[in-house]
Design a protein around this ligand. Structure first.
Ligand SMILES: [Zn+2]
Length: 421
């Protein structure tokens, strides 16, 4: 009898669990939206920012990216990363029977993630992309290298969340497992209009719709774009729609007013904010120093955009800043870009650049511990925090564009109401 009851309790629990998971999957079910084809293959493109399952929040970690050129082998690439030869030998000998590491094709992308252990560079993980569909993972677990080969065919799904803001936007979105870079993008979309420290109260809410890329095991491999974002404060609500007008994808509010401002806070796509503005321990110099800009971690070669329209004031080597560009904008603003690997063609002193134009590429020149962009905004000679600056708003859609936008907005609103019903 007793055993019987235990069994019943167990079955009841199972039912409860499955009911709960059905509820969850229903609640967070994905919907197709504005996507004619659900199947997306991520192309093997050097400028593609590879997804990191664990973003490296640990200090002094390194991510290095290589694309194999003629004559390269995995061994020769590993030697360039300054791993010890002991580490390289161990890696090659313990993986050679699983993958023919020295027969990888030209164009194969390799990511090497390492960290300092007893001041020696040590492998955490190596990811090899032999082609668009496959990747090979070599991870180091307890001093042993483990090889995983799998097929990575990606497809996208739309996600929608409506959450109450508890403590912070970051924490609220984190709780429903919205990826960090999407949260960052979300915050950035509103950061000209909302003072997050002062305006947000408990009980405020937000909505977000974005797409994510999955592999065949339903693992999130990469995030796409935010299609809709909304913040509801007690008095106001702010909503933004991603809309393509005149070959430009931008975010507009319900009236068709652009969220784009005179200067971009993040003049780079898909990068991760790796170091903010203010006091910090300098990663190379070691002592506490005010960080006069913000850092965005991104692979070497990632295009950097002009944050605003203006004229090139300086281009060239600039000491610890390495390859460096400074743009002079209107109204006392300047922006600067450090540690570049190279400049875009035509970028010369006094040349006019427009907002969003590629001016250079991410690199590791000057005093830098890994490929990243160090971005500064200078206002009347003083460095200010780009993530906090407030600037006048951009243009408003008119005529045919406005008409199309309003139709698009209606369609989006319908999609959202379907998610909620
Ligand atoms: Zn920096």
């Amino acid at each position: 009898m007793h055993i019987m009851r235990k069994k019943l309790v167990f079955i009841f629990f199972l039912l409860l669990l499955s009911g709960f998971s059905i509820f969850l999957s229903y609640e967070f079910s994905e919907k197709k939206f504005l996507q004619s084809n659900d199947l997306h293959i991520i192309h093997n493109n050097e400028n593609q920012i590879p997804f990191k399952k664990e973003t490296l929040d640990i200090d002094y970690s390194f991510i290095e990216y290589y694309t194999l050129k003629d004559g390269d082998t995995l061994t020769s690439v590993l030697k360039k990363t300054k791993l010890t030869s002991r580490e390289i030998d161990q890696l090659i000998s313990s993986t050679i029977d699983k993958i023919n590491v020295n027969k990888l094709k030209i164009g194969t992308r390799i990511e090497i993630i390492s960290y300092l252990k007893d001041s020696e560079k040590t492998v955490r993980e190596i990811i090899i992309y032999p082609n668009a569909e496959n990747k090979i993972n070599i991870s180091k677990v307890k001093d042993k290298f483990i090889v995983e080969k799998d097929i990575k065919t990606l497809f996208s799904k739309n996600k929608f969340y409506e959450v109450k803001i508890d403590k912070s936007i970051y924490e609220s979105l984190k709780q429903v497992e919205v990826p960090d870079n999407i949260i960052m993008e979300f915050v950035q979309l509103f950061s000209f209009d909302i003072d997050f420290q002062r305006d947000i109260r408990n009980g405020n809410s937000l909505k977000i719709m974005f797409d994510q890329y999955y592999d065949k095991y339903d693992n999130v491999v990469k995030t796409g774009s935010i299609y809709f974002a909304e913040i509801n404060l007690l008095s106001n609500s702010y909503e933004l729609y991603r809309f393509k007008s005149q070959d430009m994808v931008e975010y507009f509010n319900a009236d068709g007013k652009s969220a784009t401002k005179a200067l971009m806070k993040t003049p780079i796509n898909g990068a991760r904010l790796s170091s903010g503005f203010g006091m910090r321990k300098h990663p190379i110099l070691g002592y506490n120093k005010k960080h006069q800009g913000v850092d965005f971690a991104a692979p070497t070669g990632t295009p950097i955009m002009a944050a605003g329209t203006g004229h090139i004031e300086f281009v060239g080597n600039n000491g610890g800043a390495g390859k460096y560009i400074r743009i002079k904008h209107l109204n006392g603003y300047k922006t600067s870009y450090s540690h570049l690997s190279k400049y875009a063609s035509g970028i010369k002193k006094n040349v006019r650049v427009t907002q969003g134009q590629t001016i250079g590429y991410v690199g590791n020149t000057g005093l830098s511990t890994g490929p990243h962009l160090h971005y500064e905004v200078i206002y009347n000679g003083e460095r200010i925090n780009p993530m906090k600056m407030k600037l006048p708003s951009g243009k408003k859609l008119e005529g045919e564009n406005l008409k199309n936008f309003l139709l698009f907005k209606e369609k989006t609103d319908t999609e959202i109401s379907l998610f909620k019903s």
